[in-house]
Structures are given as C-alpha cells and as structure tokens.
Write a protein that binds this ligand. Structure first.
Ligand code: GLU
Ligand code: MG
Length: 443
C-alpha cells in the first residue's frame, strides 16, 4: 500500500513552500543522479512525464535510443533538511522507464525489484539492515580533500571537541527528519572513521536509504569543512570501511530464518541461504566490492573478511550470525563495502540466498576459530576458499557465475563488466609511487 497519492504530493508541494523537486535515480556504478524541476512541473512529474537523456548516463543507453522517463516512487517523497527552509527542496526517488512504458533493463532499482519479485513468488519478503562505515577527513586551504583526520579517537571513543562528533550528530538529526530510524552511531576503530546504523527495512527502502545516507553524509561533512568518503580503504595500514549487510527473509510476517528448535536457533531456510551466499560470493564480489581499491580492504588484519566461512560468533568469518534471535534473526555478510551500488548489492545477495533455498543447499561446517591465525595449509585442508584478490579476478568470477549474471540481467552485466575492465586496465597500466620507491634505485 502506498503512503502517498499523486494528489497528496501535489498538495504538499503547493502548501509547504516547496520550490524545487529533485527527481533522483542511480546509475549502474552506484552514482546518484538527479534532475531538479520547479514546483510548477509537479503534476507532470507525478504523471511520469519527466524525460531524461539516458545516453549521458554511464552504463545506460546508446545515443540513438536515449529518451527515458522517470517514474517517481511517491512513497520516497521527502524534504532535504540541509537545503533552504524557505523555498524548500524535496526529492523523489524514481524508476527509469523506456518510452514504450516498459521498465528500463539498465536501471539498478529495477534489477532489485526483479529479484524481490522472484522472492515474493515464493512467499518471501527480504529485509536488510546495513552498517555504514566512512571516514571524515580534513580539507586543505583550497578546500580539497586530504587523508588527514585531525582525530586520534578509536572504537566507541568520544571527544567533546572532535568535529567528527558534531558532524555525526548533524547527520543523524537530518536523517531522522527524513524518516530514518537511527539505531546507533559511533566512532569506528580507525582514526577519523565513523559508523552510523539505521533500522532494517524492506530491501528496496534500505537501498534507497543508503543512497540518501551517502548524500547526507557528504553534504553535511562539507558544510562542516570536512570531506566524507565511502572509499573502502583510503589509508594504508589502518582499517578500511565496510558495509556489513544484515539480511533476513520474512514469510507471512514471521522471520523465516528463526527456528527455536534448532541448536543455533536457525531454520533450514537460514542454513540454505548461508550456503547459497557462500557458493556465489566469489561471483558477487565485483558487485559487493566494485573498486580496484575494494580489494585492498579485503586483506587479513583489519577486521575485513578474506576467507569463505560462516560462524555464529566469529568476526573473522565472511558470514556471521549476530546473537539476536526471534524476529531479529539475521545473516550478516561482511564483505560488501560502501562504494557498491546498494541496489545491485542487495539483488545479488538475494539471488544467491534464494538459489541456496531453491536447491536445498547445506553450508559447510561452521568455523569457530580465528581464520586469520590459520596457516594457508590449514585453510586448504579445511576447504576454506578465499575471496577474489583483485577487481580483475572478481570480474572473471562474475562472468563464470550464471546465477549472478542472470540476477543482473544482460544489459547491466555487459555494461558493468565493460566499465570494470576499463577501470582495471587504467589501474594496471599506471606506474605507482610504490613501484618507484621499490624499484627505481634497486634496478
Ligand atoms: N571496518 C571493518 C571492515 O572493514 C569492520 C569493523 C567492524 O567489525 O565493525 O569491515
Ligand atoms: Mg563497524
């Protein structure tokens, strides 16, 4: 059931001193895009008549078939609290459609909707709660971002004079005004690193929320003279930023992962979902960890996962089952990072888990020891595989995984692979500082 009708939106715009409406959507590489319309165009907008030129959007369409239409999801109507309060700015998150009225295959939100429809056919609703980590860095005299933090705080620390703390507070308050339920916010392990967690919702809302979250964090950081980044590993030698993805399936309003009869309180669906994730996670990595830089986070020693294992307790495992049971029973996948496209991330996670359920998969034995302290031989003896080590490997794994390719659909897959291989090539051929320092004198 929709919360708002077209008439509600038109009335709000007229009565609430709203001057601009931003029609937002996301490209396949996870960049938020928008076209701003003035209040006079709101009727056109709610009637799906706002047109964009898709050929200018990366990964969208060719120049000869470029007209596309934005269909706003009326329930996403919200004011942007950081914009002027007289002559306000609202936003609507949109689906992208072809001129013939069919959903555009390259719209990531559409990819997630397709995955959710597959789950719904089997009676499942998919809920997601992300844990968003990010860095706040100082800017230089010209306002350009640096990787300096001016902060020496660590996990859960507080500091009355820390600008990070007041920026975090502003972010939380702004998001609450936009309807988020913020569950926790804290300083993370690394200097300058923060985490804000918001309550789980249906996956589509969660993905929309992640896009809104990133915009709010970046905007409010900038207002405070800081630079916020969701880059997975901005500083060598300290923790990177993850986007641990907590997932559950609900059936008839009940958590389908919970089973009080089981020793761990987990249902067969939960075990099969875990098994599905483990069997596809290498193929998913190019989506969950989309940047060259993502693979610099996925190394031992920084609380980020590298090995394919699951555990009900152990944070060194890729998949963890947090302690909560009953309606809060969930599976936490720890590899995704916040640079991923959240719509595609959730679509591939769901596709992998459902595949596990559809095929009745069982996961390997739980690993309760610290995997980081096992030798390579130990891991091999126990059949513990690794995540791909580079973006290039990840793209190969994606191409080899038919289930994940199908979940993305042909259009997104081909555009995505092409874009990622270009990115890899640009990196591969670049001569870095590390190489100069290492080789210039020695050879
Ligand atoms: N920052 C760590 C990561 O890269 C996670 C820390 C935590 O357990 O919250 O995934
Ligand atoms: Mg964390």
């Amino acid at each position: 059931m929709s919360r708002y009708t077209k008439e509600d939106i038109i009335r709000r715009v007229r009565e609430d001193d709203i001057e601009f409406i931003r029609m937002q959507f996301t490209d396949i590489f996870g960049q938020l895009k928008n076209v701003a319309i003035t209040a006079s165009q709101i009727e056109k907008a709610v009637n799906n008549e706002i047109m964009i030129d898709g050929s200018s959007i990366e990964g969208f369409v060719r120049i000869n078939e470029s007209d596309q239409y934005l269909h706003p999801d009326l329930d996403t109507f919200a004011l942007l609290p950081w914009r002027p309060q007289s002559g306000k700015v609202a936003r609507l998150i949109c689906d992208v459609y072809n001129p013939d009225g069919t959903p555009f295959a390259g719209d990531p939100r559409g990819v997630l909707k397709r995955a959710l429809a597959r789950a719904a056919k089997q009676g499942y609703a998919f809920n997601v709660g992300p844990e968003m980590e990010f860095f706040l860095f100082q800017t230089d005299e010209a306002g350009r971002p640096t990787t300096r933090t001016g902060d020496e705080a660590g996990y859960f620390d507080l500091g009355p004079l820390d600008r990070g703390e007041s920026t975090r507070r502003e972010i939380c308050l702004a998001l609450e005004q936009m309807g988020f339920e913020i569950e926790a916010s804290h300083h993370e392990v690394a200097a300058g690193q923060h985490e804000i967690d918001f309550k789980y919702t249906d996956a589509l809302t969660a993905a929309d929320n992640i896009m809104t979250f990133k915009l709010a964090v970046k905007t409010l950081a900038q207002k405070n003279g800081l630079h916020a980044t969701f880059m997975p590993k901005p500083v060598f030698g300290i923790n990177g930023s993850g986007m641990h993805t907590n997932m559950s399936l609900f059936k008839d309003g009940k958590n389908a992962f919970a089973d009080p009869q089981d020793g761990r309180g987990l249902s067969r669906d939960a075990y099969a979902f875990i098994a599905g994730l483990l069997s596809h996670v290498r193929g998913m990595a190019a989506v969950t960890n989309p940047l060259v830089n993502s693979y610099k986070r996925l190394v031992p020693g920084y609380e980020a996962p590298c090995y394919l294992a699951w555990s009900a307790s152990n944070r060194s495992a890729l998949i963890r089952i947090p302690a909560a049971r009953g309606q809060a029973t969930r599976v936490e996948l720890r590899c995704p990072d916040p640079s991923c496209n959240p719509y595609l991330n959730m679509a591939v996670c769901l596709a992998a888990g459902l595949d596990g359920i559809e095929k009745g998969m069982t996961p390997p034995a739980e690993i309760t020891e610290n995997i980081f302290s096992m030798s390579a031989a130990d891991r091999e003896a126990r059949g513990i595989q690794s995540l791909p080590g580079t973006l290039r490997d990840a793209v190969e794994c994606l191409r080899a995984d038919d289930g994940i390719c199908a979940a993305l659909g042909e259009h997104v897959l081909s555009q995505y692979v092409e874009g990622k291989l270009k990115e890899w090539d640009a990196y591969r051929t670049h001569v870095s500082r590390w190489e100069i320092d290492r080789y210039l004198v020695l050879y």
